[in-house]
Ligand binder design. Structure first.
Ligand SMILES: Nc1ncnc2c1ncn2[C@@H]1O[C@H](COP(=O)(O)OP(=O)(O)OP(=O)(O)O)[C@@H](O)[C@H]1O
Ligand SMILES: [Mg+2]
Length: 495
């Protein structure tokens, strides 16, 4: 492995936390690179935090000025011979050959600094050859293959500003999950796709056999599967009204619709007029959503199957309440089924997660927050994982975000979002946060459970067909115009 240089003695280093080394003549070092030093206990691994140049000829301002008055410094002296590169390194830990421990003893001045072996870095970060390959370590030709359990079991959040590459990365992770061999463990994947970006899977030859798309307009919630209480959660009924509703519901037999319940309310001569009115108007507002019916569609076994992807394409719906009800019902159904061992372990991917689990809003405006919170808290015991995607982390429920033990963060510049992320995830230091705002598209920071140490990665290209998100603006504009023509009326009605 390449020799990088030699540890030097400075005023305040080497210590257990940091050291500096002078970079060898032919060595190529970059900020962010990892380095290795042989120490008594094993191998010390560090990350280059900064690189600077020194030159003793230029230290004293008076002499520089005086010489420059007559001839240039470099004509008067061989100044180039005294220019050195010094790299400042943060120590991360020591690999003993079996395990990792804190660096509790400093390296010595004079120690030689090298490029770490590939397998050393893989062990150091805790990669898994059978894991999910998302790209490579920046500056090193080492594949970043994340263990599936560590990445997903305690939930994953993918956070970044708009256009930074969240959906691209999510698509890539889904490809990796779909490509897993059954003997390595496959899970069912359900995507809540607010913008219709994942429908591309069903048009891609490699994945179409294992992917299915359902539109919100096709989805149906079977009323007989719901209790009065559950329906009341979708409305603003009070306790008494909810009890009344449950009474009517319990009298319903076989298949029935919202209109049937409304008829029963209407026909009840003994009921309080006020309560009747409230119930009827609440039921009417639910009926108008057009998602309640006499049975569920699609059935559970079409939604969640090991090694298969189900996309719930919500791009046909602008009604947030309707979207939240669908997500709430679907998430609850999946989680209940999983708790009873009826479906395979699953990953529920939620795009625009802040719309479904907002931080600060009334209960009626956050119908899906409760169940997502429950899965975030208890899901791991039942192998029900969440992958939450958001471009406004500050509006995403802190409770849920703090349960996402793995975070992949792409470019974010909004200081409020950065602060929110720093507060909700442990182990992100100030210098790492500063780096997030200067990330380029295709670069990401991984922190938390998935890796032993925060890690900057270069996200690789996807194997499959990319979503229309990547198409040129002209083409997108034309396609959009054609697609939307039929929907213009709806949009006007909504406004
Ligand atoms: N790793 C990558 N390599 C190459 N291109 C990428 C990569 N990541 C993203 N891109 C490109 O960047 C663009 C934006 O990516 P993407 O749609 O994933 O952003 P986003 O974060 O989901 O944005 P939004 O918040 O608006 O949904 C796309 O055109 C995509 O092709
Ligand atoms: Mg996106």
């Amino acid at each position: 492995m390449q020799e990088y240089g030699t540890v030097i003695s400075t005023i305040d280093s080497p210590t257990t936390r940091k050291f500096s080394f002078v970079v060898g003549k032919n060595a190529r070092v970059r900020r962010g690179q990892f380095v290795e030093i042989a120490v008594d206990d094993g191998k010390l691994i560090g990350r280059i935090g900064d690189i600077r140049k020194t030159n003793r000829y230029f230290i004293n301002p008076e002499s520089v000025n005086n010489v420059e008055k007559n001839v240039g410094m470099s004509e008067a002296y061989p100044t180039w011979e005294w220019e050195y590169l010094v790299a400042d390194v943060v120590s991360l830990g020591v690999y003993t050959g079996k395990s990792f421990q804190d660096a509790d003893f400093p390296p010595s001045p004079g120690d030689s600094v090298r490029e770490p072996e590939k397998d050393m870095l893989q062990k150091f970060f805790g990669f898994d050859p059978d894991g999910i390959d998302v790209g490579s370590i920046k500056h090193h030709d080492v594949a970043v293959s994340l263990n599936m359990t560590r990445l997903l079991q305690k939930h994953l959040a993918i956070l970044a500003m708009s256009g930074a590459g969240k959906s691209y990365l999510t698509g890539l992770i889904l490809e990796e999950l779909l490509d897993r061999q059954p003997e390595k463990g496959q899970i069912g994947i359900v995507v809540i796709d607010t913008h219709g970006e994942y429908a591309a899977f069903s048009q891609d030859k490699s994945y179409s056999g294992r992917s299915r798309v359902f539109y919100t307009s096709e989805m149906q919630i079977g009323l007989p599967n719901l209790s009065g209480g559950q329906i009341a959660e979708f409305t603003s009924l009070n306790l008494v009204q909810t009890r009344e509703l449950s009474k009517y519901m319990s009298r319903m037999k076989g298949m029935f619709s919202i209109t049937d319940i409304m008829d029963a309310v209407e026909e009840d001569k003994k009921a309080n007029i006020k309560t009747k009115e409230v119930l009827l108007s609440a039921l009417e507002s639910l009926r108008k959503l057009g998602i309640f019916s006499s049975s569920d569609y699609p059935p559970l076994d079409e939604i969640c199957q090991a090694g298969r992807l189900t996309v719930v394409d919500m791009s046909d719906t602008i009604n947030l309440k309707k979207k939240q009800i669908v997500v709430s019902y679907l998430a609850k159904k999946l989680f209940d089924a999983r708790r009873h061992g009826i479906v395979s372990p699953f990953l529920l991917v939620v795009e625009e997660a802040h719309q479904f689990a907002p931080e600060r809003t009334s209960r009626e405006r956050a119908l899906s927050k409760g169940i997502l919170q429950t899965i975030a808290r208890e899901g791991r015991k039942f192998h029900s994982s969440l992958c939450l995607i958001s471009q406004r982390p500050v509006h995403l429920s802190t409770t849920i975000l703090s349960q996402c033990n793995s975070n992949i963060i792409l470019r974010i510049t909004n200081p409020y979002d950065l602060k929110h992320i720093q507060e909700s995830s442990e182990g992100i230091s100030k210098d790492v946060v500063d780096h997030i705002s200067s990330l380029q598209v295709g670069n990401a920071l991984i922190v938390g459970e998935a890796v032993n140490f925060p890690l900057f990665v270069r996200i690789r290209r996807r194997k499959g067909k990319e979503s229309s998100a990547g198409m040129p603006l002209e083409k997108a504009a034309i396609e959009y115009m054609n697609k939307v023509r039929g929907k213009v009326k709806d949009a006007k009605a909504f406004a």
